[in-house]
Design a protein around this ligand. Structure first.
Ligand code: ADP
Ligand code: MG
Length: 468
């Protein structure tokens, strides 16, 4: 019976896959239309279930009829030094010391439409929902200078998950710049190209909750095992891991396992790895194995095309000058840009008014006011230059005059303190410096403010001005 099944399977899959997944299987016994097969490991069993369950079922039903059943016996080396492999029949409820498992898989199939007629009692269903949002895809992720590198790296990863040097791919950038969108887009594209791959999107926060839960319930190993089965793991906002050493530890193990097995890991963060705080060094060094790609604030043209594209998709018309007005004034956050447009549409339809520049001004003002709380690097430079009575261009200049260098270092220090911008991005905005210069500036300010009274006064005054 098994030979017949095999020859049917062989005709239906790639020779390499056949060799890998079916040749190692040993038929054990056939009783009451239940065929027992022995597989080398639990992982092997899960792989079969995940990828070849339909094929197996068809083969089996062809041979044994509709009441066919398949029983997996998982063979494992025992741990007592005895080379002889053994199998042990264990009811599938979880037990400690579980070394081998026989899993009954009924193929009784009343409804042929059922996606997976193999119901596995007691074992968590291996089918994993990807949690992807199909509305976040590459088609509606508009390209611009600000995102070109990250977007094309994402595309490359989607074409060859696990097969590029971008592993992990870390996408970082400020709030509302499209990290979550791009992360989903990569997953959606992979699912499209490789439907058989297991893709999972999860926020770092949810991952952490799940982990804590698993520790409470004593199922930490199951937790790890679950994640190790994934082909493409997408974790959003990994800055959330900062200071959480247990979660970092478990993620480290999962990451290593996935990476070693050629699986793809995609991460997003609001900071570049160099700027991440309270993340273990060994994790940070893993992050740097692959590619870190920054999403920067989109330029005016890109903002306009993002808005136009969104309006077009929603079937809403709006005059170009209004779109441009909004795009001109809302610069640092795509989510807010979209929010302003939506609010504009809502107000105009609510009041049955045409969308006018006046209305646009009101809406923009509200948005800009609401976001004043998060100071921008431009604003910081302005405040610091005003305080020292110099122009912003002087502050940014290459001069080494002491008081100008100090002002520049203070601007960098406050940019680090009050914004989420990366050291690199602060450097590039304050007179095109690199991240090391910014880091040095922050240290200098720290030192001087503890040793130099006058300097401490500067820091205090500026802190007040910037906190208003
Ligand atoms: P983040 O995760 O970085 O905070 P999101 O991915 O949630 O940002 O993006 C915020 C909003 O901006 C989303 O609605 C997203 O669709 C939109 N957005 C961001 N960048 C782009 C882009 N390049 N093209 C189209 N929409 C974008
Ligand atoms: Mg996000």
């Amino acid at each position: 019976v098994w030979d017949n099944c095999l020859s049917f399977i062989k005709d239906n899959i790639q020779p390499q896959a056949y060799k890998t997944w079916f040749e190692p299987i040993m038929p054990v016994k056939l009783a009451n239309k239940a065929l027992s097969i022995q597989v080398p490991s639990k992982f092997f069993y899960e792989w079969l279930e995940e990828h070849y369950v339909k094929l197996l079922k068809v083969a089996l039903v062809k041979e044994l009829g509709n009441t066919a059943r398949l029983v997996y016996i998982i063979k494992m080396e025992n741990t007592y030094g005895n080379k002889k492999p053994f199998t042990e029949k264990i009811p599938s409820s979880n037990r400690s010391g579980l070394r081998a498992q026989e899993i009954d898989v009924p193929t009784k199939n009343k409804s042929p439409e059922l996606k997976n007629p193999f119901i596995i009692p007691g074992i968590r269903n291996v089918k994993i929902e990807s949690q992807l949002n199909p509305n976040y895809n590459f088609d509606n992720f508009l390209e611009g200078d600000s995102n070109r590198l990250a977007r094309s790296a994402g595309m490359a990863v989607a074409n060859k998950p696990g097969g590029t040097s971008f592993n992990p791919l870390l996408i970082f950038g400020g709030v509302g710049l499209g990290k979550t969108h791009l992360a989903h887009a990569i997953g959606v594209e992979i699912k499209d190209k490789y439907p058989e791959k297991t893709v999972l999107y999860i926020s770092a926060e949810k991952f952490t909750q799940q982990y804590i839960e698993s520790v409470k319930k004593n199922t930490r190993n199951d937790f790890i095992h679950f994640y190790q089965l994934i082909d493409v793991l997408i974790i959003d906002d990994v800055q959330f891991f900062s200071g959480k050493s247990g979660t970092q530890d478990v993620f480290f193990h999962i990451f290593n396992h996935l990476h070693q097995n050629g699986k793809q890991v995609i991460l997003t963060s609001d900071k570049a790895p160099v700027d991440m705080q309270d993340i273990e060094q060994r994790l940070l060094s893993r992050f740097k194995w692959g590619l870190s790609a920054e999403l920067q604030t989109p330029d005016f043209e890109t903002r306009v095309s993002i808005v136009k594209n969104k309006l077009y998709r929603d079937g809403v018309e709006m005059p170009d000058d209004i779109i441009e007005y909004v795009a001109k004034h809302i610069k640092s956050n795509v989510r807010e840009l979209e929010g302003a447009i939506i609010s504009l549409i809502a107000q105009s339809s609510f009041n049955k008014k045409e969308v006018t520049i006046e209305l646009a001004k009101q809406v923009v003002e509200k948005f800009v006011k609401n976001t004043k709380r998060e100071v921008s690097i431009d604003y910081i430079q302005k405040v610091v230059s005003d305080y020292f009575q110099m122009d912003v261009s002087t502050l940014q200049s290459k001069t080494r005059k002491r008081h100008i260098v100090q002002a520049r270092q203070l601007a960098m220090f406050f940019a680090k303190k009050f914004t989420k911008a990366s050291l690199a991005s602060i450097g590039s905005q304050i007179g095109k410096r690199d991240h090391a210069t910014v880091l040095h500036a922050c240290k200098t300010v720290d030192n001087l403010s503890s040793t130099d009274k006058q300097f401490r006064k500067y820091v205090e005054d500026l802190t007040k001005k910037l906190s208003l």
